[in-house]
Design a protein. Structure first.
Length: 133
């Protein structure tokens, strides 16, 4: 990318190369964020159907929290925002914000509750399914 940038003389071509690089970077970051969110998502589902509780829930929640904390969410949103050129792409950013960020925050809240020791199944389940309570 940088070699092409140096060799490209026209500003619009440089802008296109930056856009292309950000698209590739965004795709890689989205994959990485998804992989980092997956352990928390799977743990929450396992908890909700009663497959995990107690010490195992706590152990898996710690590991899932470490993965979730290492997800490059800020980089993902900053990279996407840099590549926005149209109203359609701005709409995609809004959709990404609503879907991915809300899912991330929901998993964060679930893990906080699991790690705080409130492992009574019904209480945690109600709080996880109804975050406004």
């Amino acid at each position: 990318h940088r070699v092409l940038q140096r060799e490209t003389r026209r500003p619009e071509q440089r802008a296109n190369l930056d856009w292309l690089a950000d698209n590739l970077r965004f795709s890689l970051l989205l994959d990485q964020v998804g992989r980092k969110m997956e352990p928390a998502y799977e743990l929450k589902n396992a908890f909700l159907i009663g497959e995990v509780a107690g010490a195992e829930l706590l152990r898996r929640a710690r590991a899932a929290r470490a993965e979730l904390d290492s997800a490059p969410v800020d980089d993902l949103f900053r990279t996407f925002a840099r590549r926005v050129r149209s109203r359609g792409e701005l709409g995609e950013l809004s959709s990404l914000n609503q879907k991915l960020w809300l899912q991330y925050r929901e998993l964060e809240r679930f893990l906080e509750k699991a790690l705080s020791g409130s492992t009574a199944r019904s209480r945690l389940e109600n709080q996880s399914l109804h975050p406004s309570r």
